[in-house]
Ligand binder design. Structure first.
Ligand SMILES: *[C@@H]1O[C@H](CO)[C@@H](O)[C@H](O)[C@H]1NC(C)=O
Ligand SMILES: *[C@@H]1O[C@H](CO)[C@@H](O)[C@H](O)[C@H]1NC(C)=O
Length: 339
């Protein structure tokens, strides 16, 4: 069903070099000339991967925003969906095995633990790392989503774009390590090739668009990550207030060394001021940023649809995670990056 050019990926992640002020839906990318970039692994990619020693990985710190409530009231902002419901199914990877345990974990409010079943989410979710100045390192979480180019992951905008420097972190040894576990990297490290977000995030810091799609290089054998590990499905304008699973690597639990999860019913966030995102009961904190929210999640297979991600906490509402609602604009961004 999916085809791709093995050599050039000139159309991926369309770039606007001069964002139009005040248009929040200008797509911006880290890559100034995507058509000149090879998909394939080369020496520069090898350099990015070998930058990461175990000590550097362990030293990485999380970056999750903690916001003060942004409205005078706790009135819920419930915006109508802004387009058709669209979805793409997850895909199977050649290394993805059937789930080891079909145990169904409870949909308990605030439930949080290591998920019992090693389904698709184990292969597709991973840890993200980059370097900052002064030998300090950052970390987030992210997940592979089904794409034609077989190399697309989704994470939070605040993981890709640094508002202090006003730059994407593309030149900061940005990598993805799927199924990271206490230093183990069973499927290796994967370097970022491009990262793309809306000016709604990069310029306006609008948390409705705290979303970034990252395209990865192949590994040294020229293999695409999705071919090996599969991908989760993704959906937009999906039902609100539904049972949602969230995965990620929060620093408050096992120092971010092990993938954790939360699950529960999503509800409208109380952040206010036009925030259309949802909130789920969850005691994960920084480090799980960018980790996927999956609806219609089947515990025995790990299959489902990514409909949001871990974005921010609110100071006065502990144990609730907020995430942007994937609607038509986010779907358009995905469509640009998945080709
Ligand atoms: C990250 O590390 C590279 C070396 O690989 C270095 O050139 C770069 O300056 C570092 N980035 C920052 C922001 O310090
Ligand atoms: C998702 O789950 C709901 C019920 O929870 C069901 O009605 C719907 O058909 C499911 N969607 C898909 C694509 O499986």
């Amino acid at each position: 069903m999916f085809t791709l050019s093995l050599i050039l990926i000139g159309t991926a992640c369309f770039v606007a070099t001069t964002p139009i002020a005040n248009d929040p839906f200008t797509i911006v990318s880290s890559d100034v000339s995507p058509s000149s970039r090879l998909i394939s692994f080369d020496k520069s990619v090898d350099k990015i991967l070998s930058f990461w020693t175990d000590d550097k990985l362990k030293a990485a710190k999380s970056v999750m925003p903690i916001r003060k409530i942004n409205s005078q009231t706790t009135t819920k902002t419930e915006m109508p969906n802004n387009g058709p419901r669209v979805l793409v199914d997850g895909t199977m990877g050649s290394l993805q095995k059937a789930a080891i345990s079909a145990a169904v974990n409870p949909d308990k409010a605030s439930s949080r633990q290591v998920f019992a079943s090693t389904g698709r989410q184990t292969y597709t979710t991973g840890k993200i790392f980059w370097n900052n100045t002064g030998n300090s390192y950052g970390m987030c979480s992210g997940a592979i989503v089904t794409s034609n180019n077989k190399e697309t992951i989704v994470t939070a905008g605040h993981c890709c774009f640094d508002h202090d420097t006003n730059k994407f972190r593309i030149s900061q040894n940005f990598i993805f390590i799927p199924d990271y576990k206490s230093g183990a990297q069973p499927y290796g490290k994967w370097a970022a090739r491009t990262m793309t977000a809306y000016t709604a995030w990069t310029v306006n810091q609008n948390f409705n668009y705290d979303v970034c799609f990252v395209n990865l290089y192949t590994n040294s054998k020229g293999q695409h990550i999705q071919d090996l590990l599969g991908a989760e499905g993704i959906a937009s304008n999906y039902p609100r207030n539904a049972i949602t699973y969230s995965f990620g690597y929060p620093y408050n639990l096992a120092q971010g060394e092990i993938m954790q999860y939360c699950s529960g019913s999503a509800a409208a966030s109380k952040y206010g001021n036009g925030y259309t995102g949802q909130t789920i009961p969850c005691d994960m904190t920084g480090g799980c940023s960018g980790g996927p929210w999956i609806q219609n999640f089947t515990a025995s297979t790990g299959n489902g649809y990514i409909t949001s991600l871990n974005s921010f906490l609110i100071t006065t509402i502990p144990n609730y995670m907020n995430g942007p609602y994937f609607e038509s604009n986010i779907w358009s961004l995905y469509q640009k990056c998945m080709v």
